[in-house]
Design a protein around this ligand. Structure first.
Ligand code: ATP
Ligand code: MG
Length: 444
């Protein structure tokens, strides 16, 4: 059954099956889900199983996002930017639906399916800045609280959707026939798709500190130094792109506060402390329950923003958990503390730091953006937006998405971010990330 609706001056069409998909419950995604097909180069059956797994979970996830967008006030979803995002989801789901009817059984089909995944990732790469712009323009019609509720869920869900699509893409490309001829892919020895099983947090911190340092110097003419201590040699299994995103955001905040507080001579201290996941029962023990306390609410699967109940953490997707290989040896994870002398956060501001679009950055510029001034000023603020995979980010601060989105990434696989402010002195930020099982052992 085909339905037509006019949204934002655009005619959109969708099929009855999309509504069906949006009523399917979603299950939490674990890092174990992503590594269960094995270490690349994958055999043909493994690659097909990755494609079919991907296909079994994406349509319902996209349909939930469409539903959630459609449940925004009509005038909000009619905004051209928000309606563009809605159209992108409709487009992606409609390219996937013909695939969802049957299993992928040949390499030829798998190649075509991979093209669909590439298109999906590409189509949604600028979502964050487009949505930010849309919600800025529609601010008269929707409260900041509702925007935060919608974005928190939507952007969390987007993390999972991207990860699933990118994992298949990455497994596909590292499993091409040429990969087998190459000697044991020296370039990325510890990688299983987008997961690095030997991820060294210190290396990411160093890389991000250089990038943020450059941006800081451009803006302020000075840059504080970063000192890494603790256990810089520690490595664990995680998604480097996620750590990179979070670390960039936290360092940007620390650099900006330090310089604005006139303390650029005081180094920012980053401490790498393995395994401290405070009272986490799973932390030291390696069992198959690596993702057992990962909840749907942390992954944006609950549709609270759209007022719909779509299942609990115990629900299963079309692919059941029983297909997930047990991970015998888990690496518990890491706590990274970022300590700055930036003067801390005032108690009244502290209450708002997790709201999307709460910022103390350049109020004049922000308000000229809000008043819908020239597109130039709007672009300045929007250029400050960053987002893992796609959205640019060459400003130190901007629209107040860094902390809430950073926390969404951290919480996605059961970690978290805590901010402790010593008002008048500085800020300590604790980033905790859980590792996935030590997959090297899987093959033994
Ligand atoms: N380390 C810190 N020291 C002092 N204030 C901080 C620190 N980290 C965050 N803040 C305060 O919290 C606010 C929100 O931070 P957040 O990272 O979410 O947004 P932003 O930095 O303003 O913009 P964006 O991160 O989107 O570029 C900041 O504007 C700042 O006032
Ligand atoms: Mg920030």
């Amino acid at each position: 059954m085909r339905k037509t609706q006019i949204i934002g001056g655009r005619m959109v069409q969708w099929y009855g099956s999309e509504v069906e998909y949006s009523s399917l419950p979603l299950h939490p995604l674990t890092l174990a889900d992503l590594v269960k097909h094995g270490r690349p180069p994958l055999t043909t059956p493994q690659l097909l199983s990755s494609a079919n797994f991907t296909l079994s979970i994406l349509p319902a996830r996209l349909a939930h996002r469409i539903q959630s967008l459609q449940n925004l006030p009509f005038i909000v979803v009619s905004n051209p930017h928000i309606s563009k995002i809605h159209a992108n989801y409709i487009h992606s789901l409609s390219t996937l639906l013909p695939w969802a009817q049957h299993e992928i059984t040949s390499l030829e089909d798998e190649i075509k399916f991979t093209e669909v995944m590439a298109d999906l990732v590409q189509t949604h790469s600028n979502t964050i800045s487009i949505l930010a712009r849309g919600f800025l323009e529609a601010r008269k019609y929707i409260s900041p609280k509702e925007v935060t509720r919608f974005l928190d869920e939507h952007l969390r869900a987007r993390i999972g959707t991207r990860l699933i699509a990118e994992q298949h893409l990455s497994l596909h490309f590292s499993s091409q026939p040429h990969a087998e001829i190459m000697h044991e892919s020296d370039e990325a020895p510890g990688f299983i798709g987008v997961i690095d099983t030997k991820l060294k947090p210190a290396r990411i911190v160093d890389h991000c500190a250089n990038i943020v340092g450059e941006i800081c110097e451009l803006k302020y003419g000075v840059r504080p130094s970063v000192v890494i201590n603790g256990e810089p040699d520690y490595s664990f299994a995680h998604v480097p792109a996620h750590l990179e995103y979070i670390m960039t955001e936290l360092l940007k905040n620390a650099f900006r506060a330090t310089v604005e507080n006139g303390k650029e001579r005081e180094p920012i201290e980053v401490t790498i402390a393995p395994k401290d996941l405070h009272g986490d029962a799973n932390a030291g023990e390696g069992h198959s329950n690596v993702g057992s306390n990962i909840r749907n609410t942390k992954q944006g699967n609950t549709d609270i923003a759209s007022g719909m109940f779509t299942g609990t953490s115990t629900s299963t997707s079309p692919t059941s958990d029983s297909q997930i290989l047990p991970l015998k040896h888990s690496t518990p994870g890491v706590t990274i503390r970022i300590r700055d002398r930036g003067g801390g956060i005032s108690p009244e501001n502290l209450a708002h730091i997790w709201d999307y679009s709460f910022t103390t950055f350049n109020e004049d510029q922000a308000s000229s953006t809000l008043s819908g001034g020239g597109s130039g000023s709007g672009m300045d603020a929007l250029n400050a937006m960053t987002g893992a995979g796609g959205d640019g980010g060459n400003s130190l601060a901007g629209l107040g998405y860094g902390l809430p989105l950073g926390r969404a990434y951290a919480e996605y696989f059961g970690g978290g971010i805590e901010v402790k402010s010593l008002w008048g002195w500085g800020t300590d930020v604790y980033l905790k990330l859980r590792g996935v099982g030590r997959v090297d052992r899987e093959r033994e």
